[in-house]
Design a protein around this ligand. Structure first.
Ligand code: 13P
Length: 256
């Protein structure tokens, strides 16, 4: 059975107090079903306290937004996977387009980060997605497949099973432009097919593939109703409970 996931990515937002308040509201009011998971991708300062706050609700988790690929050492300002796992973090967002663009994270670096996270028992939420230019030129599917192949396809099947994919077209992030449900479904279908070709049908069918890019309360149901869209990775709309709670509820939308 494939898990449906509403993951929030707070990015570099929320003071300590604001973040804790938001998490408290979500933990209190969200009611994910047994095949559903809520993940709060918060800044490092919030991780430990939100883990403590969410103890009672087994299907509400936190994710870090990054980790370093080396185990430890002289990397001022960075955080290691063993540090994250020492406070009970179970998920990490890796390969977000903002990290690829502003911090020059290549597929090779991401491959190392993915392996590091898995070795500490932390599940990557691995982001992929094309720019507007690539989509306009028509090779977006090839581009996204290549991102997956380069960073993930040398994993063992056992390790790959622990990966969550998030397809986030760059042109839809923070722009208010959303991929149409058909555009999202087309890419998610292609991603699942590529996983199937490499890892087999069972693993492909059990991999959660999230859509990200201007997911809002008014479009979440239609996006999540697509057969291969297993939820969302949500930026702006995850910053208030008023907008994130309806997106969590939309996970239960029947498939078309
Ligand atoms: P928005 O929902 O603000 O477009 O951000 C999407 C995103 O980047 C989530 O990781």
């Amino acid at each position: 059975m494939r898990i449906k996931i509403a993951a929030g990515n707070w990015k570099m937002n929320q003071s300590y107090q604001e973040g804790i308040h938001l998490a408290q509201e979500i933990i209190e009011k969200a009611n994910p079903q047994k095949d559903e998971l809520v993940i709060l991708g918060c800044p490092y300062i919030h991780l430990k306290d939100i883990i403590n706050l969410s103890q009672e609700k087994t299907n509400i988790k936190v994710a870090a937004q990054n980790c370093h690929q080396e185990k430890s050492g002289a990397y001022t300002g960075e955080i290691s996977v063993s540090m994250l796992s020492s406070i009970g973090v179970e998920y990490v967002i890796l390969g977000h387009s903002e990290r690829r663009q502003y911090f020059r994270e290549t597929n090779e670096i991401l491959s190392a980060k993915v392996k590091g996270a898995l070795s500490s028992n932390i599940r990557p939420i691995f982001c992929c997605g094309e720019s507007l230019e690539i989509r306009t030129e028509g090779w977006h599917i090839r581009y996204v497949k290549n991102q997956l192949v380069k960073a993930l396809f040398d994993l063992s099947p056992e390790d790959f099973k622990r990966i969550i994919i998030a397809y986030e077209p760059i042109w839809a992030i923070g722009t208010g432009l959303t991929a149409s449900p058909q555009q999202a479904q087309e890419m998610h279908f292609e991603i699942r097919k590529t996983i199937e070709e490499h890892f087999g049908t069972s693993i492909a069918n059990n991999t959660s593939i999230l859509y990200g890019g201007s997911v809002k309360p008014n479009n979440a149901k239609e996006l999540f109703s697509q057969p291969d869209v297993d939820g969302g990775l949500v930026g702006g709309a995850s910053l208030t409970s008023e907008s994130f709670l309806p997106i969590i509820s939309a996970l239960s939308t029947p498939k078309v």
